[in-house]
Every structure is written in C-alpha cells, then in structure tokens.
Design a protein around this ligand. Structure first.
Ligand code: SF4
Length: 371
C-alpha cells in the first residue's frame, strides 16, 4: 500500500493544515476542477478542517455532469434504434436527458450495454457484425487517449460497424471561460493531477498570467490536497499569479507526449457545450475528418437535430460554476437524492451534489432550509 496510505497520513495532513492556518491572512475562494478531488475533499472532511478564510468551491470537473442534455438525448435516440448496440460506462445510464435516460431505453428493450473500456465496445462490434456498435466517448483529456486508440484499432482491424458518440471536454478552456464570467469569483485553482499526468501543465502559465490567478497541480489523497492548498495559499498571500506542481510523483511539465500524439492524430479541437454553462470556444474534441466513418453523429445525422430542455428545478449549472453549493439547491436531499436524481451532479459518482449527499452535508441544507 506504499504510495497510497502514506498520502492518507492523518498526522501529516494535520501538520499541513496547521501550516495553512499559519500562512493564511485573507479570505480566498479556491476551486478544484475535478470530481475525484471534490469527493476526496468531502470524504476526508478537508472542507471542514480548513481555516474559515478558505472557501472551497467545486468547478465543472465531473465529465458525466458537464455532458449537455442534448448529447444525452442523442445517446437515447441512438440506443433506441434496433440496428444499434449502445455501449457506455455505467454512470451515464442514469443521467437524465430531457425526457428519458439510457436505463429506461434498456428497460424498454433497447440493446444498451455497460462496458469498462472502449476496447470492450470494439470487441462487441467484432462479435456483432450485423449491428452498429456505438460507444459513448465522454471525459476529459484523461480518457481521450484510450478512445482515440479504439478508433485507430477499429481502422487497423477493418472494423466498420463501430462508432463513437464524442463528448470530450478539456480543462484549460473552461478555466478561461469561468474567469471571463463576472459572476464567477475564484481566487485560485487546483488543477487535476490525472489530467496533467496526460497533458502536462504547459497550457496553464498563459492562463495564470492573463487572469492573474495562481494554479496548483495536485493529486487526490488528503495529503496531496492539503499540499496543493498550502502551495496555493502561499502564492495567493504573496500575490504571485503563477503555476506550481504539487503532484510531482505523477506529473511533469510536458506530460505524456505519446498520449498527446495519439489524441492529436484522431481528434481536433472544437467548440463544446457544457451542461449548465453553455458553449465554450475550442473546449472539446471532435473526430478528424479522416475518421468520419467512426463518428456516430455523422453516421446517424438525424440524431443531431434533437432539441433538449433542462429540468427547471435543477441549479447544477450554478453548482458547476462554483456560484452555489449543492446544499443551497432547494431540491437537495428532498426531491433530489442519489435514488431520485434530478440532475447529473447527483447522478454521477464524481458529482458535487452526490459528494455532499454521500458525506453528510445535508445538515447545512437543513439549516438553510429552516432559515
Ligand atoms: S441537488 Fe439535484 S436538483 Fe439540486 S443542483 Fe444538485 S442535481 Fe440539481
């Protein structure tokens, strides 16, 4: 368990918290852009152990949560076709579209299968030549290399009944998008270690300089997070809008160049709509023209015309921008629970609303709702 338990060390975390308390002088709002970090913060109780000057807000770092409702509706339309086997990670099946989710399609007899890798979907395509197998390719830069490899494998093996419904998003453009919004108040960012393991952090210094905001790369365990927050507070208190790496055991400045090359071979940057936020220029990936055969939206162009509506009760867009906490949503823990989710941030295992619910932040909701 080396490299795991040592980063969950309670004494070391407490020492780092004491150092944060000794360093902080002014109030700071810090945003992590990673659902895994959000859950780790809630699970370890770091949000409640930090000094009151530091407020943690949770950004659009959960890939399931930021997938726009139109794409869920397109997935539902594809999965409902008798000539399609629709494959996806399990989390996506419960994300509500404007009328239905993928589970309800499966319950009605649609061929919807949970897979653990795009290569599983490729195998299903090989085994079922009479059907088109569509894989729901969602995620940040972390999942893009595997999805790109699946497309390359399909081409290399001559498998033509395989396609991907692409919903890839990228982190640096959303940080820029948030900083352009007057209502979004963030003093510093924690950058997600797994994304930076792939992409490095060479894209961040221009953002730090342009928006005068420090950014610290950090990991997922309590010691990693406390180290990242300490580094960020040191930069904030010193007035230094710089980028630092507090996850040196996994991340280098240049990142994983072969993985970046695979992404660049198969995908190109495009504008992407983020659920609850809107369209952010050049914030996602789409398949390059030479891979059009594997693009589910080009193969089934009729699914691209679907108009969609969000639930009027759900404020997950504000939660994803750090403008509201989950317990400030009137539906939190009432109409909306993990068993009866109204929005993607309650469905996903990485969603902020699910994290607040799972780790017992309902008391804050009750206090607000009683006021
Ligand atoms: S608690 Fe439910 S309804 Fe409220 S913002 Fe979160 S997902 Fe949406």
């Amino acid at each position: 368990m080396k490299y795991l338990t040592e980063y969950r060390d309670g004494d070391l975390t407490r020492r780092l918290l004491a150092e944060i308390r000794a360093t902080v002088k002014r109030p700071w709002r810090i945003m992590e852009v990673c659902g895994g970090q959000t859950h780790s913060i809630m699970k370890s109780g770091l949000d409640q152990l930090l000094p009151p000057e530091i407020e943690l807000v949770h950004g659009p770092g959960c890939p399931v949560c930021v997938t726009p409702v139109e794409l869920i509706d397109r997935a539902v339309a594809l999965a409902s076709r008798p000539d399609v086997i629709f494959t996806s990670y399990g989390d996506m099946l419960r994300v509500p579209g404007s009328r239905r989710d993928l589970f309800s399609v499966k319950a009605a007899g649609g061929d919807v299968r949970i897979v653990y890798s795009p290569l599983d979907a490729l195998k299903i395509a090989r085994d079922n030549p009479a059907k088109t197998v569509v894989f729901f390719a969602i995620g940040f830069e972390t999942t893009a290399p595997a999805n790109a490899m699946a497309v390359l494998q399909a081409r290399a093996q001559g498998i033509q009944n395989f396609a991907v419904l692409v919903s890839h998003v990228t982190v640096p453009p959303v940080i820029a998008g948030l900083m352009e919004e007057a209502e979004v108040q963030v003093d510093g960012f924690l950058a997600a270690g797994h994304v930076c393991s792939v992409m490095g952090y060479w894209e961040y210094p221009p953002l730090a300089e342009k928006y005068r905001v420090p950014i610290v790369v950090t990991g997922f365990e309590p010691v990693d997070l406390a180290r990242g927050i300490l580094k960020l507070v040191q930069l904030l208190e010193a007035g230094r809008a710089e980028v630092a790496n507090a996850y040196e055991r996994s991340v280098t400045l240049e990142g994983n160049r072969p993985a970046q090359a695979v992404i660049a071979q198969v995908f190109e940057r495009c504008d992407r709509k983020w659920r609850g936020i809107g369209t952010i220029p050049m914030s996602g990936y789409q398949l390059r023209e030479e891979f059009a055969l594997y693009d589910a939206e080009r193969r089934f162009p009729e699914v691209g015309q679907i108009a969609a509506e969000e639930s009027s009760l759900c404020i997950s867009g504000l939660v994803l921008q750090g403008r509201r906490k989950p317990y400030e949503c009137p539906a939190f823990g009432r109409q909306c629970t993990p068993q009866t989710p109204l929005g993607a941030t309650m469905v996903s295992s990485e969603g902020a609303c699910a994290a607040y619910y799972r780790y017992g932040r309902q008391r804050q909701a009750q206090a607000i709702q009683q006021d």
